[in-house]
Every structure is written in C-alpha cells, then in structure tokens.
Design a protein around this ligand. Structure first.
Ligand SMILES: [Zn+2]
Length: 295
C-alpha cells in the first residue's frame, strides 16, 4: 500500500515518478542523500523560487555528473579550518571543517584531481618496491648519505669497515637475516655518530640533554622528551651529514623551546642559517625509504 503523501505534494511535484520516489523513499531520511547535495539544491531552489520538481530534476543531473568524474573518497569532518586531502595506501581521505558544504568539498577534490592521480600512482609504485625489497651480499645501502655495500666476512661479527666503507656480516645469511644484521650495525653507528654530533652542537648551543637514545621510529626522525632526553630513529643515520645535523639541532633547540614557535625557528636558524634546504633534503630520504621495507 502506498504511503499517504502530504498536501503540498500536488502543489510541489504532482504525481511525477521522480517526486513519488522522493516522497516514499527519501523524505525524512536525509542520510539517503549521502552527498547532501539535495539540501543545497532545496536551499538554492527556494531562494530562486524553483518548483519542487525542478529541484528534484536538478538533483538527478548532479548525480549523473558526479559518479563518473570524481574520485571516491572518505570524508572526515572535524573542528578544523581548511579542507585537506590525504592519500594513503591507495585510499583518498578528505578532512573538512564541520560545516563545509559537500558541493564545496567535491569542488576542492576535483581541483586536485591531477595531484590525487599522481599521488595514487606513486604510492602504488612505492608499495610495489617495498614488497620487492630484499637485501643480499653486494646490495647497496645508505650510510651518512653515501651508498655502501654489504660484504660477507668470515666469522660471526657484524660491523662497519670505515676504511673500505662497507658493512660486513657473516656469510650464508638469508635476506631477512641480512636485513636484521644491517639494522644492528645501523643502530651501533647511529648511537655513536649521533651522540658525537649532539655533544658537539649542545656545546655551541649552550644546552645539555639528559640522554641520547636510539629507537626504530618510522615516521619521526627525532624527538625531545619533557625530561630533555633526545631520541633519534636509527634510520636517520642513512641521511647525509648536513641533514642529520639539522635534525640534531632541531631537537636540541626543543630543550629551550618545546614548540615550533618563531622563537624556536630563530634558534635553529642561528645555528644553521640554511636549515630550510636541509629540511627539504630530508624529504628525499623519506621518499627513498618509502620504497624500502626495513621493518
Ligand atoms: Zn620539532
């Protein structure tokens, strides 16, 4: 049995199927129109004095356009001020302020279509590289900005041969064992090299951390705890010295300024006037590491 339709049904849409369908299946259920386009159309339609059925027809047109031309994305609304797009693992996520209209968000996403496509392609490529990342004797890896090789050496010790500039490991290890042996060498080297750098810069910056610790953070190169203890990811030791110095100075500056205020950056700049370039070079290491699966 048909649900009774309200009085203004006749006035608004009559008995056109478009209206009947709207009335019977959607009315009072705004979630059905998950793009909220209709809300906007009603508002605009009312302002322009359009009839109900014209508004419904307009919506049909919007729907047709939208499906084929836009990237699918998940939308997260929060108390933020701007719209931002994030692409991760093949998923496009849009974050927007609570009240931004869906049509405005769609427009924004559309304007970034090229970027989204490129980023999706790049992230697929990185994933592919990561999946195929294996280490062997002879593989080239980064240490303080230069490519060095992994060499088999009799015995059961691992280490860095500074004269011949290579990592040496026992022979006959599997790819996974080579990886963990390399990480062991990286950790040893980073503890030693980073502590030395921290002490050198701490002196000139007139601060003193309570400790220097090495962790395996994947996305954070360094951090400074409230107790003034500095932490660095062993991965940082792959970067060039200029970049490592920047991260060290950055964390040391946090001992004085626990924020990223202008005062904080002024401290960094007073030690490394070209810190901006160093910071952007850190990004290229980040990109390379996107394609290397170090666990
Ligand atoms: Zn910081």
């Amino acid at each position: 049995m048909n649900k009774p339709r309200c009085q203004w049904a006749m006035y608004a849409g009559g008995d056109t199927p478009l209206y009947i369908d709207y009335h019977d299946n959607e009315w009072g259920r705004p979630v059905h129109d998950d793009n909220k386009l209709f809300e906007m159309l009603i508002l605009e339609g009312a302002q322009a004095g359009l009839s109900w059925i014209t508004v419904l027809k307009k919506r049909e047109n919007y729907r047709g356009v939208e499906v084929c031309e836009m990237h699918n994305y998940t939308l997260t609304r929060s108390k933020r001020k701007t719209i931002a797009i994030y692409v991760r693992d093949g998923i496009v996520e849009v974050r927007s302020p609570l009240k931004t209209h869906k049509s405005e968000i769609d427009k924004f996403v559309k304007s970034k279509e090229k970027w989204i496509e490129n980023t999706l392609a790049k992230s697929a490529e990185s994933k592919n590289q990561r999946d195929n990342f294996t280490l062997n004797y002879g593989s080239q890896i980064l240490y303080r900005g230069s490519e060095i090789s992994i060499v088999a050496k009799h015995g059961n010790r691992v280490g860095f041969d500074s004269e011949n500039r290579h990592f040496y490991l026992p022979p006959n290890l599997s790819s996974e064992q080579i990886k963990s042996a390399c990480i062991q060498v990286y950790r040893m080297l980073s503890k030693c090299d980073l502590t030395e750098k921290v002490l050198r810069f701490a002196k000139s910056m007139n601060v003193m951390p309570t400790a220097v610790k090495i962790n395996s953070a994947k996305t954070r190169w360094g951090s400074c705890s409230g107790r003034k203890s500095l932490n660095f990811s062993w991965r940082l030791i792959m970067a060039g010295d200029d970049v490592i110095d920047y991260v060290v100075v950055h964390e040391l500056a946090h001992i004085t300024e626990m924020n990223h205020s202008e005062r904080f950056w002024a401290i960094v700049e007073s030690v490394l006037p070209d810190y901006r370039e160093r910071k952007s070079r850190l990004k290229s290491l980040q990109k390379r590491l996107c394609g290397e699966d170090w666990g």
